[in-house]
Structures are given as C-alpha cells and as structure tokens.
Design a protein around this ligand. Structure first.
Ligand code: EPU
Length: 327
C-alpha cells in the first residue's frame, strides 16, 4: 500500500478545478494546495517539488482554461493568502503575518483610520488578494491608481504575472516592488525599475508572485468612487461581466497590423460572433469573450478558440495570440 505524503499546508486530493475558474470548465488536479501564508506556500512548493510533482499556481481562476483531463500534479491555490497591510514605517515592507500586529490588517476601517497625510500611500499585499476587493480597499482609503482595474476578476499574483488591466491603465502602474519565488526555490524581491512589464505580460518568466508593495496617489474617496463607478458602467455595457467566461480570450493585435481594430472588433467584422461549440458561445456583447452558457466542456472552448483564430487569420492575415492560459 502506498502512503500519501503529509503536506505542510491544507491539501485536497483529486480536487475539482472547474468551480475554481471563472469559465467553470475543466477536470481535476491530483493535489490542490491551499497555503494560508506565503511562507507556507514556499514550504509546500518545495515539498511538492521534492515529491516530483509538476506545479501550477491558480489565483482567481480568471484567466485560465483547464483542460477536461485536468492536471496531474500540484495546483497551488492562493485563495487563502489574501492579506493586506500597511508597510511598517521604519522597516518598510514586512511580508509576514507578524506585520499585522504592528500595522493593522486592512479591515478597512483601521487601515483608513490614521488620517496621517505624511504617511506614504502604500500597501503590502499578498498574492491571493482578490483584485475586486483590492479596488474596494483603495477606494475606501481615497487612494488613486487602481481605478482602471475596476471589474477585473482574479487575484493580485496572477494579475501581476500577466499585467492585468484595460485601456485606461494596468496593474503594474501601481507596483513598486514584487516578492517572487524563483524556479530554483530562491525568494527574491525586485523593484519596479528592475522589471520589464509590457502589454498583458509581467515578464516574470517562471517566477511565482508571493506578494507586492503597491503605491498610490492620495485622492479622495469620492473622486475614486466616481471613477470606479464610471468605468464599471462602461465595462458592463460592453462586456458579459455576469456570465461565466475567462475575460478576453485574445490579446489585442498590434494596431499597425489591424488598423487599430481590437481583437473583439476583428472577430465581429469577420462574423465570429455567430460561432459556438456546444455550450461554449462567442458573446454577442463582445467578440473577444467566450461564455459558458451551462455545461460547456474545455474541449468546446478550446475548439472555439481555434475556430476564431482560423477565421480571423483566413479573412485578415492576422494571427491572434491567446491571452488566456490553457492548462
Ligand atoms: N468592439 C466591437 N465589437 C466587439 C467588441 C469590441 O466593435 O464585439 C469595439 C468596441 O466598440 C471598441 C473597440 O472594439 O470600440 C475596443 O473594445 P473594448 O473597449 O471592449 O476594448 P478591448 O480592447 O476589447 C480591452 C481589454 C479588456 C479591458 C477593456 C477595457 C484586451 C485584450 N482587452 O478590451 O481586458 O477590459 O480594454 O479597458 O486588452 C481582459 O484582458 O480580459 C479584458 C477583458
């Protein structure tokens, strides 16, 4: 009889991944790890590697498409690593839970309560903090910078890895420093200036984001709230935000090649909005979204992605590149 390894964090055997992604498709993971602290994450990551398991990180599940076969390895969920702190004034970022006692966890009232204008508008955020909650937190504080991320699902870590954002700005606009777990197991911190993020790409290679220090401009709650509301209105008119999708499927092509047309517009122009496979349907609202109308399989979604790519290539010569990551 083989015995199961004992892991240094909460672990679920044979975990269903579909409910943990916004598209709601895909199979199971041999192991799903749920570390509650970045140190626990690193320990479990090392243990999984020692067991010879292949490792993947699942944040908010907003930008991944899990295949129907699932993943025969260890998936790390960041869902329980959702803390947010003010950096300690003298010592700067303190990444451990110990920092909470000194600077107060961002149960927002307390974070916003100091009223000290000289205090830098900075937050230490762990990788699993949901972007929606993070936007809310900075709105409560009256700190500006994350408004362009309003309505973007997912967690901070994945958002940094792929430089989530939209036409008004991106996540790296507020990143001052990142804490990374490198593929060789080393933990490093990198300043913004040492990193080279680009459109929808944090350019971090295979490094895993454990957390970040984010910096904002002081504004007022009212101003930030108005802007967030405005962007959410605009977005919900243009995108199927309440349906199961992975957000934009393709990156926007180089505007010089596409005459400035976005991927969604290109797909609409070539008739891609009429396409579907099973319960996977191109959104009538936005051509760059595929929605799971109920019970779609990953096979349908992946097939439909290829149908769209082929259609756009045949009609325009433009090769669309997927933004969503396929496992
Ligand atoms: N358009 C159409 N038909 C469509 C879709 C779009 O004509 O079916 C037109 C729109 O009317 C607009 C233009 O194409 O004139 C651009 O569309 P949109 O404003 O929706 O922006 P986008 O370029 O498609 C980008 C990001 C979104 C982000 C929005 C808003 C990419 C691939 N997409 O979309 O990000 O929410 O700007 O800031 O960069 C995501 O990354 O998952 C995502 C949804």
């Amino acid at each position: 009889m083989t015995t199961e390894p004992t892991w240094p964090c909460a672990a679920i055997r044979d975990a269903d991944l579909a409910p943990r992604t916004t598209m709601r498709v895909g199979g199971r993971a041999r192991w799903l790890f749920e570390p509650a602290h970045p140190d626990e994450f690193v320990e479990a990551w090392r243990a999984a590697r020692e067991e010879g398991l292949e490792v993947r990180v699942l944040g908010g599940g907003a930008n991944v498409l899990v295949s129907d076969d699932g993943f025969d390895g260890a998936v790390f969920s960041t869902a329980r690593m959702a803390r947010i702190f003010r950096p300690h004034r003298e010592e700067g970022a303190d990444w451990s839970a110990g920092a909470e006692e000194r600077v107060g966890e961002a149960s927002l009232g307390r974070v916003g309560a100091t009223g000290d204008e000289s205090e830098p508008c900075e937050l230490v955020v762990w990788a699993g903090k949901g972007l929606l909650a993070l936007v809310r937190a900075t709105r409560e504080l009256g700190w500006s910078g994350l408004e362009p991320l309003a309505g973007v699902p997912g967690h901070l870590g994945g958002g940094i890895a792929m430089n989530a954002g939209g036409r008004y700005g991106e996540l790296w606009d507020v990143v001052r420093r990142v804490r990374l777990l490198l593929p060789d197991g080393e933990i490093v911190e990198r300043e913004r200036a040492e990193c080279n993020p680009s459109y929808r790409n944090g350019n971090l290679g295979d490094a895993i984001v454990l957390g970040a220090v984010l910096g904002f401009e002081r504004s007022t709650r009212h101003t930030v709230e108005e802007r967030v509301r405005e962007l959410l209105r605009e977005k919900s008119a243009a995108q199927p935000l309440t349906e199961h999708s992975s957000g934009c499927i393709f990156k926007n092509p180089d505007p010089e090649l596409s005459d400035g047309r976005s991927a969604g517009k290109l797909i609409e122009d070539v008739g891609g909005k009429q396409l579907s496979r099973g319960a996977a349907v191109v959104s009538p609202k936005h051509g760059n979204f595929i929605v799971n109308t109920g019970g779609a399989r990953a096979l349908d979604v992946i097939g439909l992605i290829e149908d769209l790519r082929r259609l756009v290539r045949d009609r325009t010569g433009i090769e669309l590149e997927t933004e969503v990551r396929i496992w």
